[in-house]
Design a protein around this ligand. Structure first.
Ligand code: BGC
Ligand code: NOJ
Length: 819
């Protein structure tokens, strides 16, 4: 069953049932101010860092799920009846409920007793505030007297402390209310220079800033006492739970519409100009007031919303496909790049599955997220690359995570995940291929953010490669360290203490656990660095990298092959993992995808054999699972992977991030049918009809879909924040549709199903617009061997770099009949 539908023309997903299997969310903001918003207006907001600068509260894992958010209430002042036009929290039966999740905005609308209400939520570009534009229309025959209430609950900034340190926090909350604006200023008296504001465009009938005054004792958000009785109490919070609510009275004639604007935002004052008058404890509002006044005007709001829509039209215009397959087109043209923007912004910090507290910006996650983002806003990608590289350690190793606010490596999560540094090379290579901006390689970047340690970014990449070379085990394969990409394959951990973190606990020393996966990744990274070195005229480095890659390839051929697939690893004792010798976990997906992407096994047929094994053993209708057979019990020497019940997460779930690696591998062996088949199995749009099984949003990828060993196969979890977004975008756009930025031009190398005919693509690249028509007879399964570029024939499949910026380049790409 479906709970809504795609509106492709408006680039929206329209949810028509409020009680979706799980809250289906969207993101507001894409620069500094962010929020998550569910289809019933649940969620929270923060400035830059979901842990350290949380504006509003949200209680995870609550019953019911998803209570707390950006609620408005309407009350019929004649009858006293009240409701939430977003369904939650009052859950009245609404007519024509719809939530339109768009790119950076959501619109929730409904009708109740002849009153329709629509709320548009978005963050205007360049601002640190969100707008709620509420439109109320009276569809009755007679005038309506209504009350409109807004409501939010403030968070005392540090979300972790806010959720735990009640002995202090119940005493520190402070607010001010001035000219109808509610200011939240907890800790502003001391070391914070920031505050939040909550403003309304209309004259107020009243307000509340103390949660209990608004809700009433022992009441929840479904029946606030202020709403029930139709009057606020003008409460001022002193400690306890500061909140914000405005009360506006509306008289609306038949057929008439009234608009009310609410603004919730974040502001900072200079440390030495915090108070007005100086010496008082009152917030100096002179800096923030003009912004508030501006956005309380409907025309300004309308213009900002149009600008947001136009911004996305422009961003999405960079890569557009018309293939005739609606699941491909809608994901490539709209939703997948949108999710890539979100993962770029959030890493793994804030979603309905990531509390915003636990995880900052992952080193490997951020590096991979860039692969799907770099074409959209290269300048932001550049800045992010420098930020990430600045947390690299002098050894070439990396902190596993850093905090977005401080940009410092997070010591609590530590380092020694031995795959981390290699991803940085892939990310920088992707940036260079997209932009040609080799100046980034000369940027002086510190190690561990320590002043005085700055070295060119190029050297950081070299140290990444050396890091792996210096850490090899008895087979010559890279040592795994704490873990590689699979955070849960903890071969040195041996944890026996309940609750201990597998990722951070002290590892047992003296082991020799090695990773075949890192070997494959290393080959990719070393080849990328070789190309980069060649660009710089550093022939010696290029040669070193090429021979290191070749040597590693040989090691994989010798010790990484199990007979019908690539092995996964060697454990602490030097025994194979992911081998027919094992009882459980005989075959893993990661090394099949990664080694073949790196070109290993292409020349000796092993790639095809490995992919056949994947198809036989790991592929399911819901995607390709991580491993088989699933681990049925805890294996001390394998770690967290064996803690999950079979079919979930890393223990044989469909960990979607890995699936595009196999899609790419299929294109490397020329199997376009196989690649697209896998692509569609996890494509959320293609799974829309399964919504009651899939349960997650049908417009974004999930990190995990339960595998065949699970009790709930096909059920998605951890939607939104996953490397799946970037990798699927890479797989479909660069390898299946085959439009691949390279240092020397734009590679046009589609590998699509034989049955496909012609299709077209548009790609902006290096300042030019390439309009690409792929000429293909249905039934042909060969590759492009010849191009016509602006009417001139070019042998091969590399469209040259534009001769001049701003050019429009017409490309015809001819697919051979047979391979
Ligand atoms: C999850 C992994 C994740 C890790 C991060 C584990 O519990 O299964 O997917 O990468 O936590 O710390
Ligand atoms: C999620 C983590 O964010 C990512 O870094 C890791 O590679 C996967 N889980 C697999 O464990």
């Amino acid at each position: 069953m479906r709970y809504g539908h795609f509106d492709d023309a408006r680039r929206e997903y329209v949810i028509t049932h409020p009680d979706t299997p799980l809250p289906w969310i969207n993101y507001l903001g894409s620069e500094e101010y962010f929020g998550i918003i569910s289809n019933t207006a649940g969620g929270y907001s923060f400035y830059r860092d979901a842990r350290l600068r949380r504006l509003t509260r949200y209680r995870y894992n609550n019953a019911p799920l998803d209570v707390g958010g950006r609620y408005v209430y309407l009350r019929d002042d004649a009858s006293g009846d009240f409701w939430s036009p977003s369904w939650q929290p009052t859950q009245r039966e609404l007519e024509d409920y719809a939530c339109r999740h768009g790119l950076g905005y959501s619109i929730i609308s409904s009708r109740y007793q002849g009153i329709s209400a629509e709320t548009l939520y978005f963050v205007p570009g360049g601002e640190t505030l969100e707008i709620w534009l509420v439109r109320v229309t009276n569809e009755r025959a007679e005038p309506a007297k209504l009350s409109l209430f807004s409501s939010i609950e403030f968070c005392l900034w540090d979300a972790q402390d806010d959720a735990t340190n009640f002995q202090r926090n119940y005493s520190v909350g402070e607010v001010e209310v001035e000219d109808g604006v509610i200011y939240h200023k907890t800790e502003y008296r001391e070391r914070r220079d920031h505050f939040a504001f909550f403003a309304c465009s209309e004259p107020l009938a009243g307000f509340d800033t103390q949660r209990d005054a608004f809700l009433g004792p022992y009441r929840s958000w479904d029946r606030p006492i202020a709403v029930e009785r139709g009057a606020s109490s003008n409460s001022i919070a002193h400690g306890w739970q500061p909140s914000g609510s405005h009360h506006v009275r509306l008289e609306i004639g038949p057929g008439e519409t009234k608009e009310v604007i609410f603004l919730l935002g974040y502001a900072e004052n200079p440390r030495d100009a915090k108070f007005d008058p100086p010496g008082s404890q009152t917030i100096d509002k002179r800096l923030v007031r003009p912004t508030i006044d501006r956005y309380l005007q409907p025309a300004v709001v309308a213009e900002a919303f149009e600008a947001l829509r136009a911004r996305w039209t422009d961003l999405l215009g960079i890569c557009q496909a018309q293939t005739g397959n609606e699941h491909v087109d809608r994901m490539v043209n709209v939703w997948n790049p949108y999710q890539c923007m979100v993962t770029f912004n959030m890493s793994r910090s804030a979603s309905l599955f990531e509390s915003g507290i636990g995880r900052g910006m992952g080193f490997r996650d951020t590096s991979q997220d860039l692969l799907g983002f770099v074409h959209m806003i290269p300048s932001r990608a550049r800045e992010r690359l420098i930020d990430v590289a600045s947390t690299q350690l002098p050894t070439g190793g990396a902190y596993h995570q850093y905090q977005p606010l401080t940009k410092r490596g997070n010591n609590d999560v530590g380092s020694r995940f031995n795959d981390d540094p290699a991803w940085l090379v892939l990310a920088v290579a992707a940036y260079l291929k997209e932009t040609g901006d080799t100046s980034i390689l000369d940027v002086a970047v510190p190690y561990d953010n320590r002043p005085g340690t700055e070295r060119p970014l190029y050297e950081h990449l070299q140290r990444s490669i050396v890091y792996t070379l210096e850490r090899r085990g008895p087979h010559g394969l890279p040592l795994i360290g704490r873990a590689d990409w699979n955070d849960c394959l903890n071969l040195n951990c041996f944890s026996e203490t309940p609750g201990e973190s597998f990722q951070t606990t002290e590892n047992r020393s003296g082991g020799v656990a090695e990773s075949v996966f890192i070997a494959g990744l290393f080959v990719l990274a070393a080849n990328d660095l070789a190309e980069i070195a060649a660009l710089r005229g550093d022939g010696a480095e290029a040669a070193r990298c090429i021979s290191a890659a070749a040597e590693m390839r040989d090691v994989v051929a010798q010790h990484g092959w199990d007979g019908a697939w690539f092995r996964r690893a060697y454990d602490f004792y030097g025994r194979p993992v992911g081998s027919a010798e094992n009882d459980e976990g005989q075959i893993f997906i990661e090394p099949q995808g990664m080694c073949i992407m790196a070109g290993i096994g292409l020349d000796d047929g092993r790639a095809r054999v490995a992919l056949d094994s994947v198809r036989q053993r790991l592929a399911t209708p819901h995607g390709i699972v991580v491993l088989q057979p699933a681990f049925t019990r805890y294996h001390l020497h394998l770690g967290e992977i064996s803690t999950y019940p079979g079919g979930y997460k890393e223990n044989a779930g469909v960990f979607c991030h890995t699936n595009p690696w196999v899609m790419i591998a299929e294109t490397r062996v020329g199997n376009g049918d196989g690649a697209l088949d896998y692509y569609l199995r996890i494509n959320p749009s293609a799974r829309e009809d399964l919504s009651e099984i899939h349960r997650g949003e049908p417009y974004v990828y999930a990190q995990m879909i339960a595998g065949k060993d699970a009790a709930t196969p096909g059920e998605a979890k951890n939607t939104w924040l996953t490397g799946t977004a970037a990798w699927n975008f890479t797989a479909i756009s660069q390898w299946i549709l085959g439009i691949r930025p390279e240092h020397a031009g734009l590679r046009i190398d589609p590998c699509v199903p034989a049955a496909w005919g012609d299709f077209t693509l548009t790609r902006r690249f290096r300042g030019a617009t390439y309009r690409i028509a792929v000429r293909k007879h249905a039934g042909a399964s060969g590759r492009v061997t010849r191009l016509r570029v602006d009417g001139r024939t070019v042998g091969g499949n590399l469209a040259p770099l534009p001769a001049s910026p701003g050019a429009d380049i017409e490309v015809e790409a001819f697919v051979e009949a047979t391979p």
